[in-house]
Design a protein around this ligand. Sequence first.
Ligand code: F6R
Length: 260
Amino acid sequence: MEVVIKSGYEEISRAGAKVVADVLNTKPNAVLGLATGSTPLGLYKELIRMHKEEGLDFSRVTTFNLDEYVGLRIDHPQSYHHFMHENFFKHVNISSQNIYVPSGSTNNYKAFCEWYEERIKEAGGIDIQILGIGSDGHIAFNEPTSSLSSRTRLKTLAKPTIDDNARFFEDRNEVPIYAITMGVGTILEARQLLLLANGKSKAEAIAASVEGPVTSIYTASALQLHPSSIVFIDDDAASDLKMRDYYDWIQEKKPGAPQT
Ligand code: F6R
């Protein structure tokens, strides 16, 4: 796992977007795994800027979103379908038939989840998966004790997640309790993982996931098992890390490393 500490949200967003753009520039028909929430908004904004100003092309890209609330119609302002359309899809030249977001309103969740996994396989697997992290250490909606080999499925959200998400809803009682989420096993199959985190509220989860043991209590710790994962965090999110000097040293010396 590569841990890169930047001075603020803008910097992590720009660095994250650059990694995604590099993938697209080497593989124009790449498969992107996308996240919602407040964390990746800056990254999406930067990708949109690159599309508009530098011609970054999404016409051959396929996307799979990590998760969706159960029970919200796709046009609900807090549905992840709506979020992705408003904050990313409508601003770039992605083809609507190449967009996959889990359904929160199917009448057969089990069949839907199997179908979703099949679509990912059929697309050739995910080239790069963008991730945020919950204050309880979750990736996607893989809440504490989710199996590290779990697949796409219906999950009950943990109370801290419902509390965190309540800020987006007018009435707390409207916050969904269930979600469809890719599993940790599904996420680990992506060729590259890119996790972003900012703010003090993520510091404990980041320290546990980066420096603690691999455990289903913090499902983000599963990134330690992945051969190619990069974590961009700001100073606040890095504030509980014990080995910060080491991560900074590695980054400082990286440009001088032999390339072959
Ligand atoms: C959303 C997702 C979640 C969020 C996490 C952090 O698709 O997968 O795991 O990444 O809850 O949310 P924010 O970014 O709002 O703090």
